[in-house]
Design a protein around this ligand. Structure first.
Ligand code: ATP
Ligand code: MG
Length: 308
């Protein structure tokens, strides 16, 4: 009887220990589920974005130094997507400020809708004396007043005129701006993580550069490109991938090609090849759907001549 009791106690203890172990494993797996980072304050790429070691380092050091990260690189090398990836990986909201040739720094702070106020005062609208009602915050204002820290993407800063970056120096440094109409000063509740992209259409002023951490996204080598492609096509046939990369890098190395195809183009091209079920053997020889890779007729002619 005593033996049976000991056996039962041991069995219970074993089941209890097993349960504890299973719980630990489940919690560990949950914390490491895709899209979630183990260390939530460090960027290591995301579920659908592959970042090189240098890029990860640049992102993390910019966050530590609390400085904007200025990203340059060829079109289609993942500059815009980087901000989305940081937002996803760190679980923080993304606010995107798309810069156009007509964008002014003021648009990002606030807009005072004086026309609406005039209209309301003429047609008996209520609360005309309350100026704050007519002040609308821009993207920077939104980022400053957010309840939690956000990622702020200032996309394609080089599209605006030269004054634009200079006009933002104070706001990006001090993380605050003043609204004279209401006498209010908007101060960032939580300093946003600022990512700024540029295609280098215009040089940026030195005073602006001094305030940023800079990173140039080098064009990925074959190995890194294969990794990038894999996040978009996890089940891609190895032969098709090898052949597509072979053709792609041969085209990029041709000096005659003026507009070299980029990461976004190889992804679109593979999508076309997969969709049409192209035989991998045809890929290098014929380069089907060339228009997905090359966008200039001179480049297409150059390739056809060289490929003959
Ligand atoms: N590192 C990467 N990991 C995963 N996908 C990538 C990566 N880099 C580029 N891509 C793919 O390329 C596409 C283009 O990326 P994105 O729009 O961010 O480029 P960009 O550098 O901002 O280009 P542009 O200068 O023309 O605005 C993305 O939608 C994504 O599919
Ligand atoms: Mg972009």
């Amino acid at each position: 009887m005593a033996k049976e009791a000991v056996f039962c106690a041991k069995l219970l203890h074993f089941v209890w220990e097993l349960g504890k172990m299973a719980t630990v494993i489940l919690v560990w797996m949950w914390a490491r589920r895709p899209g979630k980072e183990w260390n939530m304050s460090e960027f290591r790429g995301s579920q659908n974005y592959v970042a090189s070691e240098e890029l990860m380092r640049a992102v993390n050091i910019a966050m530590v130094l609390q400085k904007p990260l200025l990203i340059k690189g060829e079109p289609g090398t993942g500059k815009t997507m980087l901000a989305e990836a940081i937002s996803q990986a760190l679980g923080k909201k993304l606010i995107i400020w798309n810069i156009k040739s007509t964008t002014k720094a003021q648009d990002g702070l606030y807009v005072y809708d004086v026309v609406q106020r005039l209209y309301d005062s003429q047609f008996g609208g209520e609360g005309v004396d309350d100026i704050a009602k007519y002040v609308r915050l821009g993207k920077l204002g939104e980022a400053f007043t957010a309840e939690e820290q956000v990622i702020l993407l200032i996309d394609e800063i080089d599209k605006a005129d030269l004054e634009f970056p200079n006009d933002l120096l104070w706001e990006l440094d001090r993380m605050e701006f003043h609204i004279p109409e209401t006498g209010e000063t908007v101060t960032a509740r939580h300093r946003p993580v600022v990512i700024i992209t540029s295609n280098a259409e215009k040089e940026l002023p030195d005073a602006f550069l001094r305030r940023c951490v800079f990173h140039y996204i080098e064009f990925p080598d074959k190995e890194l490109m294969a990794e990038i492609v894999r996040v978009h096509f996890p089940d891609l046939d190895d032969k098709l991938l090898t052949q597509a990369l072979e053709a792609f890098y041969r085209i990029r190395q041709m000096p005659q090609i003026k507009k070299k195809p980029s990461t976004s183009e190889i992804i679109d091209w593979l999508r076309a090849l997969v969709h049409e079920g192209v035989d991998p053997k045809r890929v290098v020889k014929e380069v089907p759907y060339l228009g997905v890779l090359l966008k200039k007729n001179e480049d297409m002619d150059a390739l056809r001549r060289a490929w003959r």
